[in-house]
Design a protein around this ligand. Structure first.
Ligand code: 9MG
Length: 310
């Protein structure tokens, strides 16, 4: 497993699911410029590389691009299927950064990863200018926490570039979202929002197969809202698009266990496994090696062991 997805080793990103023989009810195929991802036969892992000084867990750890690149390669060796590179913290209250600053942070890392790893790279940004430059530098997917709402040029860019996008739910903005999140029915409202954003994306010219939905765990949600959404993932999966879930080391885990981000690994693994059983196709995580093991076992229970006689 370890070197399989870096350039110095052999298989390509299109081999992601080679050899797997069990299929689930919700099969999806996402074609990226770097290879085809098969979803629904096993859960994919999106490894997080935040090139920021202030992210809630890894802020400052990868602010040096060389360190971010080395850690990104390490996540691929640990089993990541996608690497998500971000240059602006989205923790509650984090200040926005300028386009120039964000580009300075992410571009060397995207370029370095593209030269080195053989899996799709995702750029975590809601800014069209950052997305455009990152795509030119080798990114394949755009992870837009605003679901195409914060930058009016983002939808047209993605339609032209023909790349997949993650459309995430958020109430408010990162600056305001945790002030007083309120819903009458959080699951219904998030479901309606995601459905509406998928329709918006389609009408803007994105391909149906390029739309990934995400409930936005922790983005304008209380503990109870987050738990209701994680419990309700099957309803979100029923929208007919691949589902991405990011719960890794988030505050709701800290609230349950009374622990700081450094001590939330076990809670994150529990959330990842719950997401697998809820129908998530992609899990966004900091701890790829540990999540890879937990999710392989969860996948074996859910789908059967690939190739095993039954
Ligand atoms: C950038 N970012 C932080 N948390 C996230 C989550 O849960 N989903 C997505 N798509 N992006 C996230």
């Amino acid at each position: 497993m370890s070197e399989a997805k870096v350039h110095r080793a052999m298989p390509s990103a299109s081999d992601i699911d080679q050899g797997l023989q069990t299929a689930s009810a919700a099969d999806h195929v996402i074609k990226t410029r770097y290879g085809t991802m098969r979803l629904g036969r096993r859960t994919l892992l999106m490894g997080i590389i935040n090139v920021t000084p202030d992210s809630f867990y890894d802020g400052g750890k990868r602010f040096d691009p060389a360190k971010a690149l080395a850690d990104g390669i390490g996540l691929v060796e640990a089993g990541a299927d996608i690497i998500d590179v971000g240059g602006e913290s989205t923790r509650p209250g984090a200040p926005p950064v300028s386009v120039e600053e964000e580009l300075q942070r992410v571009l060397p890392v995207v370029q370095g990863l593209r030269r080195t790893v053989k899996i799709p790279i995702s750029i975590d940004t809601y800014k069209a200018r950052v997305a455009r430059a990152a795509l030119a530098a080798g990114a394949d997917i755009v992870n837009d926490i605003s679901a195409l709402r914060f930058d009016p040029e983002m939808a047209a860019l993605l339609a032209t570039e023909k790349v997949p996008v993650v459309l995430m739910h958020m109430q408010g903005t990162p600056q305001t979202m945790q002030a007083e999140p309120r819903y009458n029915n959080v699951l219904r409202e998030v479901q309606d929002f995601l459905e509406a954003r998928a329709i918006f994306a389609l009408e803007a010219g994105l391909e149906r197969d390029h739309i990934i939905l995400d409930p936005g765990i922790g983005f304008g949600k209380t503990l109870d809202h987050n738990l209701t959404l994680l419990r309700g993932l099957p309803a979100l999966a029923s929208l007919g698009h691949p589902l991405l879930v990011g719960a890794s080391r988030k505050a709701f885990i800290g609230k349950i266990l009374g622990v700081e981000p450094e001590d939330r690994l076990e809670g994150s693994l529990a959330a990842a496994v719950a997401a697998v059983f809820g129908g998530a196709h992609i899990i966004r995580v900091h701890d790829v090696k540990e999540t890879w093991r937990a999710v392989r076992v969860a996948d074996a229970i859910r789908f059967g062991i690939p190739g095993a006689q039954r």
